[in-house]
Design a protein around this ligand. Structure first.
Ligand SMILES: *Cc1c(COP(=O)(O)O)cnc(C)c1O
Length: 505
C-alpha cells in the first residue's frame, strides 16, 4: 500500500496525514454519498455544515461506552432525548393516547426488528414454537430475526397490484403460537404503506402484539402529513400498535448506526432486556444486542436532530416530496416504463412492460451516466423493478434525471436485453442450492468478470482490486440471479461475498 509496508499493521506507524490521505484514496472508489445521484444506501439532506457538525459530535463521544448508563450519563441523557423525540413524532408521549411510551436506541433497523421479535417471543415463555406473521413485502430483517431467534415465520402474500396484504389473510395467518404480527410504513421495496390500523385491529383481537416497521418512513410520513399529504394512521395513535421502529440513520439524516425501537409501555419492553449475573464479572444488563457500544452515533444523531429541528425536517420533507413527484413524472414519460406503485412516501419504484427495454441494462446505462439506482429481482409474481430511495439532496437534480433516464432508455433499447446462454439459464433454473460449491461459484464469478480467478484462493488479484470490486456492467449478473429461485440467489451471493471478503496480507 505504501513504502511503510502494506496493510493495516505496518512495521512502523504511518503519519496521521498520510493515513487520512490513504483513506481518502480508498474512498474515491466508493459511490458518491453526496450530490443526489445515489438512490440507495445513503440518505443525504444536502444541508451545508451538517456533516461537519455530526462528525464533531461523533468525535466528542466516540470513545464513550454505552455499556453502562450510570458511568456515562451523557449517553443516557442523549438516548432518552432521542427516544422522546421519536415517540412524540410517532403519536406517543404526554397528552397522547400512548403517554407511557418507552424505547431504546439501537444500532440500526435490523437490530430494532430483532429486538421487537425477541421481546414478543420472550413475553411468551409458555410457547415451545413461537411464530411471527409478516407480509411478504416486510423487510428481510424479519426473516433474519426469525432465523436468529428460532421463531417460525408465516409470510402473508401481497396483492400484485396494491402490493399490500389482504387483512383477512393476515388474520387467517395468526395462530395460537403467534407472538407478533408485523407490518410496514412503508415497506422498503416499493414504498407502500400497509393497512396498519386494520392489521393492528386483527392482532389486538387475537391478543397478539403488533409491530409497525417504520424504519424507513417513521421520520418522513409525519412531516409529509403536516405538509398535507393523505398519510394514513400508522403510529401509536392506532390502537393495537404495541411497538414501532424508526431509523435515525435514514430520514433523520444521522450518520450510520442509530435506530429507535419504541414500545407502548414499559411492560411490553421488559422482555427485550438481557440481564446476567451468573458469572464472576460485572452484572450485565443490556437493552440491545451490543454490549460495549460507541457513543459516537448517538451523539451525532442527537446533534443532527437538535440542529435541524422540526422546521428543518419539514423543509427537507417538502424538498423530498417535490423530488419524488419530479422523478415519478420522469418515469411516466418514458415509453415502456411503468411505476409499480403510485408514490405515497419517498420511494419511486418502476418496472418495464416492454421486453425490448431491459431493466437491468437500463440500470447499467444509468450508472454509466452517474446515476446509481437499485435493481430489485422478480419475486413471487412481482416483476423485476428499479428502486429509488429519494432524499432531499435529489431535489436540485430532478431536472437532470428526466433527460438522463430518457437517454439511458434509448441506449438500453439499442443495446437490447441481456441474452443469457441457454445452458446457463437452464443451469440456474435447475441447480439445487446445496449443489453449489465454492469452486463452481468462483468459476461463474470469474467467467462473468466479477472477480479475478485468483480471488478464489485469496490470490494477489484481490488486493489490487481493493478486495474485489464489482464491474461496471452488472446486467448479465442480475439477469442470471433473476432466473434463479430465491434459495439459489442466496447461495450464489453468499458464496460470492465470501470470495470478496478475504484478508489482504
Ligand atoms: C432499512 C430498513 C430496515 C433495516 O434497517 P438497517 O438499518 O439496514 O438494519 C428495516 N425495515 C425497513 C422498512 C427498512 O427500510
Amino acid at each position: 500500500m505504501t513504502e511503510e509496508g502494506a496493510g493495516a499493521l505496518p512495521v512502523e506507524g504511518v503519519p496521521a496525514e498520510r493515513v487520512l490521505a490513504e483513506i481518502r484514496a480508498l474512498r474515491a472508489a466508493d459511490r458518491p454519498t453526496h450530490g443526489g445521484r445515489l438512490f440507495a444506501y445513503v440518505y443525504d439532506p444536502g444541508v451545508a455544515g451538517l456533516d461537519e457538525l455530526a462528525r464533531a459530535a461523533y468525535a466528542e463521544s466516540a470513545h464513550v461506552n454505552g455499556l453502562d448508563p450510570t458511568a456515562f450519563p451523557s449517553l443516557l441523557a442523549m438516548e432518552n432525548a432521542l427516544v422522546g423525540a421519536a415517540a412524540r413524532l410517532l403519536g406517543g408521549g404526554p397528552g397522547t393516547s400512548a403517554p407511557d411510551v418507552v424505547g431504546s436506541v439501537t444500532g440500526g433497523g435490523t437490530e430494532s426488528l430483532i429486538l421487537a421479535v425477541k421481546a414478543a417471543r420472550d413475553a411468551r415463555p409458555d410457547l415451545a414454537e413461537p411464530r411471527l406473521v409478516v407480509p411478504a413485502s416486510g423487510h428481510a430483517a424479519f426473516a433474519k430475526a426469525a432465523h436468529y431467534l428460532r421463531v417460525a415465520l408465516d409470510t402473508v402474500p401481497v396483492d400484485p397490484v396494491t402490493l399490500r396484504p389482504a387483512v383477512a389473510d393476515v388474520a387467517a395467518a395468526i395462530r395460537p403460537e403467534t407472538v407478533l404480527v408485523a407490518c410496514s410504513a412503508p415497506a422498503y421495496a416499493h414504498g407502500v404503506v400497509d393497512p396498519v390500523a386494520e392489521i393492528a385491529a386483527v392482532a389486538a383481537a387475537a391478543g397478539v402484539r403488533c409491530h409497525v416497521d417504520a424504519c424507513f418512513g417513521g421520520w418522513t410520513l409525519p412531516w409529509l402529513r403536516r405538509l398535507g399529504e393523505p398519510v394514513p394512521a400508522f403510529d401509536f395513535a392506532v390502537d393495537g400498535v404495541t411497538s414501532i421502529s424508526v431509523d435515525l440513520h435514514k430520514y433523520a439524516y444521522a450518520p450510520k448506526g442509530v435506530s429507535v425501537l419504541l414500545h407502548r409501555d414499559a411492560a411490553l419492553r421488559a422482555p427485550q432486556y438481557f440481564g446476567y449475573a451468573d458469572w464472576p464479572g460485572y452484572t450485565m444488563v443490556n437493552p440491545v444486542i451490543a454490549s460495549t457500544r460507541s457513543g459516537g452515533p448517538i451523539a451525532a444523531a442527537y446533534a443532527t436532530l437538535r440542529h435541524l429541528g422540526e422546521a428543518g425536517y419539514l423543509r427537507l420533507a417538502a424538498l423530498t416530496r417535490a423530488a419524488v413527484s419530479g422523478l415519478a413524472d420522469a418515469v411516466r414519460v418514458v415509453d415502456g416504463l411503468r411505476l409499480l406503485a403510485e408514490p405515497e412516501s419517498t420511494v419511486v419504484c418502476f418496472t418495464s412492460d416492454d421486453p425490448g427495454l431491459d431493466l437491468f441494462v437500463l440500470v447499467d446505462e444509468l450508472t454509466a451516466r452517474g446515476w446509481h439506482t437499485q435493481p430489485q429481482l422478480a419475486y413471487a409474481g412481482l416483476p423485476a423493478s428499479v428502486h429509488l430511495t429519494v432524499t432531499a439532496a435529489v431535489a436540485p437534480r430532478v431536472v437532470e434525471f428526466g433527460p438522463a433516464l430518457a437517454d439511458a432508455a434509448t441506449a438500453a433499447r439499442a443495446a437490447g436485453p441481456v441474452a443469457l446462454p441457454p445452458e446457463l439459464r437452464a443451469l440456474v433454473g435447475s441447480l439445487a442450492p446445496e449443489a453449489l460449491t465454492p469452486e463452481l461459484v468462483a468459476g461463474l464469478a470469474a467467467g462473468m468478470g466479477l472477480a479475478p480467478a485468483g480471488a478464489a484462493a485469496g490470490g494477489p488479484g484481490t488486493a489490487e482490486r481493493g478486495g474485489g470490486a464489482a464491474p461496471d456492467r452488472m446486467a448479465a449478473i442480475h439477469t442470471l440471479l433473476d432466473a434463479a429461485p430465491a434459495g439459489l440467489r442466496e447461495r450464489l451471493l453468499l458464496e460470492f461475498v465470501g470470495l470478496l471478503q478475504r484478508p489482504t496480507w
